[in-house]
Design a protein. Sequence first.
Length: 515
Amino acid sequence: MNQIPPDTTVYNLPTSPPSWDRLGIFYIAWAAVWTTLVFSSMVFCWINRTSPILRIRGLPLSFGAIVLLHSYWILAQITYPIAHTMPLVLAYDIQFFFMGIYFPLGIALFHASNLRFLHVAKLQKQFTHQALRMKSRGCDGANTSWLCRFRNMGYTKRIMSFISIGMTIQVLLTVACWFAVKKYHPTYGLPGTEMKSTTLPAQLAELGRGWEWWPSLVWQFIWTWLWIHLSIMMFEIFTVFVPAVQVIRLWMLNKWAADINAKWETHPQDSALTSSKSDEWNLSALSMAEKGKPMDFPDSEMGDRVITMRALEHVLTENPAPLLEFSALNDFSGENIAFLTRAAHWKTSWPTKRPTADQCLKVYNGALKIYANFISPLDAEFPLNLPSADLKRLESIFEKPASMLRGAARVNPAIPFDFDGPMPRSRSDFETDATTFYAQYTGDIPVAFDEAVFDTVQDHIKYLVLTNTWPKFVAEMQSRRRSGETSRSISTAASKTTTASRISSKISSIISSIF
């Protein structure tokens, strides 16, 4: 090993070749493999961003956090093999800025993504609890105070405003600390911050400590873990890999449900058995629902016969409330069931005879409200996941009247789950949703409007529910049923044991008194 000249400092220390020993090769290989996996999963998620599981996630926020955190992670992995190939002070400068900017900003975006996802989950509850419907903030217009206008902003904008302020402060504080400390640049800085040590080992230790590190030290103390920075890998696993696995599982579930539906809907030899079993299940399920108990899905008798469009349509017609609650709270797709029930209710209001002009306007306004609440990218809080052809067809029928009554758009059509528009006004009842927001349209009704205007959309959404939400709902109901039976068995066994224990104790006391 070459001897270091006595006059060597951190400012003139010569560079060294990269360390290509076994540990150095491991770090480089590990960084390359993990980076390939992470970015491949990100590409996979982005390609499948229209999947119900990914639509409710803020992928731009999540991916921004992953890029920043992964940049810091890569720096940590390649420090050992290549850190000595650059000037020492430059290496510490890079480390300082990555620890002070990239990592904190990545954590901030990660929390923003989580807060946004939590907000989406809370919004889904409005489909099952009327009291949770969003109400007006009570202040609007340019003449109100800035605080009032800020409160009237969408949730994402308000959250991102706070986080952006914190990120800006973090960046400015990190840059200011670097410019203020002379040991990183001896020609300028605050007096008293220059390098005080004279030996190289002491100077190395002094570069890595000092008050200028405290903005990043807090983040490191809370979030990081040494060696391979396991915490960042966990962020990436739950942000990228878990959603990718969920998408694959959803594909498998969709195929399984579609195959089961095709099996039982196309077997004429089993139609009589299926009908009788279905009728028996229908009566049982409705009876349980009327008593306020979970719907009964007897897996032992019917197997997978309830994974059919017929069973789904029966529940949607007779008692959609349990399915609506499950889809909103467990599957985050309450808008699908809400739309199906609203569209079916609207269709029953269509005049049976030749409608008058007033009746046509009435049913058109009802359809317009359904379009605004569930389909329009500019108005719906949770726009339905529709094919572009169906969306364009409905826009040609409803969008012009909706724009006349809307005023200003509430949602960015490019990011339908952004929640950045003005807060909607209070809505008293789910069935009359948006009547307080939309005035009655009195213009000409498009020629393409008829009773079947929502039929193709209903069929599409029903199939999505059948292959996605419905199997999960059936499995959940069957699980509750089995849990209830197990609880009753345990309770019965416990009562028997208690009775036997009392009898045994009584006999023992009698024997003891005799002898």
